[in-house]
Design a protein around this ligand. Structure first.
Ligand code: HEC
Ligand code: HEC
Ligand code: HEC
Ligand code: HEC
Ligand code: HEC
Ligand code: HEC
Ligand code: HEC
Length: 477
């Protein structure tokens, strides 16, 4: 429930999300009706979609930092966010509402998050995560490819744009294919060997299926040369994604930290037998009870010195719930299976060391990871940690637009405009619609008096994402 990506790292322009996933649940449902019906009830299946105003609860709240009064109004089949002086229609939602829900509005097909969200435990609307401290109304944050990667499955973005969703009315949560792969051949000639069954994959590949979305880490870096959206179950996720965890002491329960917590548990360190599927059937809503027998597959009850071990489910003591240090007001389950409940989570400071989850790391990925961490914790000093590995990557001949854009941004901050300009230009040779490169290159050449060239870049940047107030203002001057 947190923003994973801000401004500059939105360089992932023109992505085709999970291109076209042909067979849908409807296809699978004709032969697997029970699993399909039960999956439809899960949070994953309902994690995104077009807003149905009749199924939403109107409300209102005051945003303290900006003293704005918001009202959420259901009217004539639409859901609207009103504030003094304006309104937008909420068209897409993210989040099943098991814990909460975020919303997006659109302008000419380009989707943006709204600063209001619904919180289920409190049955109340409030500031959406990440908007708490805003001094003014912000309707300009694009709904990112990263959000959609984890919360949807069949999204088609218009090429060369950041956030124009072509098929938004068809967006419907996480589809079967995200865990089972392309099912077209299997649907035509059903056999066991032409569909992926995660449970029958080798442990690292099996775990990767869930880690696509359940391993947030401190930073998730898209690897160069491959598009994360093209990952298919059965492949190593590390080819597409580098994930970095905070080194040092374990940091308590976080919102989306299930996979990394489980990896820390003693139960898991003794071998890969234990995985998400040991305790969860992904086709059913999470069960509140029945975990004891899972523990007893490896432990004898007498291993536990507690006198209450036979009266209560083991997870009540060994997988306690606690508030996440990084997420609002809901509780999450401690998947590190501790001997004793941890102290209530306090929000830790930014990490001082980053450890690659998949073992190996490259200077390029590490540099981009530090960049993400600097943005996430809004700590200026951390950008300094990004530079040495990025410089090493450039010196070593790594070549990709994300590397160039981020390195250029750091050079620009350091007053080295000419070098920054050269790198932005190289980024555009590889990704002509990279919005960060276009916007920033515009500012650099404009400062050199090249207004016509600057205007050209800015217009291209606005084509990728029209709501960039700084760019628009610059263009109008
Ligand atoms: C035309 C009927 C049909 C359709 C459509 C179909 N399946 Fe199947 N599926 C089967 C049959 C039959 C089996 C059992 C095959 C066997 O045991 O030889 C099976 C087995 C499976 C298995 C188990 C594989 C294993 O390791 O045992 C999975 C997973 C699966 N299907 C998923 C899907 C998904 C996902 C879809 C939609 C993309 C789908 N199926 C569409 C008939 C179908
Ligand atoms: C790396 C994958 C990932 C990304 C990126 C991501 N989410 Fe999530 N999100 C999750 C997972 C997994 C959960 C469930 C967390 C849990 O239950 O511990 C979740 C939960 C949520 C929820 C609460 C849903 C509910 O009712 O339980 C909302 C709302 C949400 N995310 C919105 C967003 C928005 C908006 C973005 C983009 C700014 C985003 N998420 C980015 C994976 C992701
Ligand atoms: C979040 C991941 C995920 C999604 C989404 C998902 N599945 Fe599965 N599916 C699994 C896993 C994991 C298994 C293996 C379960 C096991 O044997 O432990 C599985 C097993 C199956 C099987 C074999 C069942 C059996 O009892 O052997 C079928 C059939 C199947 N899934 C169909 C579907 C269909 C149809 C959909 C969409 C409606 C779907 N799945 C969505 C993860 C998923
Ligand atoms: C495409 C991304 C994606 C993949 C792949 C995925 N998940 Fe999820 N999962 C989510 C999101 C997003 C949520 C939160 C949904 C919400 O509440 O909106 C979630 C929620 C869950 C929940 C909590 C549901 C509940 O009812 O509380 C469980 C359990 C879960 N996932 C297990 C798994 C397992 C096991 C796998 C691998 C077999 C897996 N997931 C693969 C995205 C994914
Ligand atoms: C796949 C096998 C497996 C499963 C399933 C399993 N464990 Fe474990 N667990 C282990 C192993 C192996 C150890 C390490 C034992 C040792 O070092 O003596 C361990 C250690 C532990 C410890 C000691 C942790 C510590 O820090 O010293 C606890 C507590 C524990 N398990 C509880 C549970 C509970 C509760 C469940 C069910 C929710 C469970 N385990 C499920 C294999 C498993
Ligand atoms: C040893 C058993 C066990 C394993 C293994 C396990 N879980 Fe859980 N999980 C639980 C329990 C227990 C709950 C809490 C159920 C309840 O009371 O609602 C839970 C809850 C969740 C939730 C709901 C949010 C929360 O934190 O309460 C998500 C999401 C989830 N698990 C994802 C995963 C993923 C992803 C994996 C694999 C990385 C995984 N789990 C592995 C036992 C397990
Ligand atoms: C009422 C709370 C409670 C319940 C229920 C409970 N435990 Fe424990 N468990 C404890 C405590 C307390 C310890 C000891 C912690 C310590 O000494 O640091 C412990 C220790 C353990 C250990 C580590 C033993 C060792 O000597 O290393 C294991 C394994 C374990 N429990 C497994 C289980 C299993 C399996 C179940 C369910 C059958 C279970 N526990 C139920 C509270 C509980």
């Amino acid at each position: 429930m947190k923003r994973f990506c801000k401004s500059a790292c939105e360089g992932a322009a023109g992505l085709l999300l999970a291109a076209v996933l042909p067979a849908g649940a409807a296809v699978c449902g004709s032969c697997h009706p029970e699993i399909t019906a039960s999956y439809a009830q899960t949070a994953m299946a309902r994690s995104s979609g077009p807003v149905d105003a009749d199924a939403e609860l109107p409300g209102e709240f005051t945003h303290a930092a900006s003293s704005t009064r918001y009202r959420i109004v259901a009217d004539h089949g639409t859901l609207e966010l009103h504030w003094p002086g304006g309104r937008v229609e909420l068209d897409l939602y993210i989040g099943s509402r098991l814990r909460g829900r975020s919303y997006a509005w659109q302008e000419a097909g380009f989707f943006y998050e709204v600063p209001a969200g619904y919180y289920t435990a409190r049955r109340a609307w409030d500031s959406a995560p990440g908007y708490e401290h805003d001094r003014r109304l912000d309707l300009d944050r694009p709904l990112t490819a990263d959000c959609l990667f984890c919360h949807a499955g069949n999204v088609r973005l218009a090429p060369q744009t950041v956030n124009r969703i072509l098929n938004w009315r068809e967006v419907r949560g996480v589809p079967c294919e995200r865990c089972h792969g392309d099912g077209a051949a299997h649907a035509a000639h059903p056999r066991r060997d032409n569909i992926v069954n995660p449970a029958r994959l080798a442990p690292p590949l099996r775990d990767a299926v869930c880690e696509q979305c359940h391993l947030a880490g401190e930073a998730r870096v898209r690897r160069p040369g491959r598009q994360l959206e093209n990952f298919r179950p059965g492949e190593p996720l590390a080819d597409y994604l580098a994930v970095y965890l905070a080194g040092g002491d374990a940091r308590g329960v976080s919102v989306n930290g299930h996979a990394e917590a489980l990896a820390r548990s003693r139960c898991r360190q003794s071998g890969p037998g234990l995985w998400c599927g040991t305790c969860h059937d992904p086709h059913r809503p999470v069960a509140a009870a029945g975990y004891r027998e899972k523990c007893l597959a490896c432990h004898a009850a007498r291993d536990c010195p507690s006198p209450a071990r036979d009266q209560q489910d083991c997870v009540l003591c060994h997988m306690p719930k606690s508030r996440a240090y990084d997420g609002g007001h809901t509780t999450f389950t401690d998947h590190s299976i501790p001997r004793r409940p941890r102290e209530p989570a306090v929000r830790p400071g930014a990490p001082t060391v980053l450890v690659p989850y998949y073992g190996s790391s490259t200077p390029r990925d590490l540099g981009l990871a530090w960049f993400q961490v600097a943005e996430k914790y809004a700590e200026e000093s951390l950008y300094a940690k990004a530079w040495p590995p990025l410089r090493e990557a450039l010196a070593g001949g790594s070549a990709d637009a994300e590397l160039y854009v981020h390195a250029a941004y750091l050079l620009e901050r350091d007053g080295r405009g000419a070098q920054a300009e050269a790198l932005y230009r190289r980024a555009l040779e590889m990704e002509p619609a990279n919005p960060a490169a276009l916007a920033n290159l515009g500012f650099l050449v404009s400062r050199r008096g090249l207004q016509k060239e600057a205007a050209e870049y800015w217009e291209r940047a606005l084509h990728a994402n029209p709501r960039q107030p700084a760019v628009r203002r610059a263009l109008e001057r």
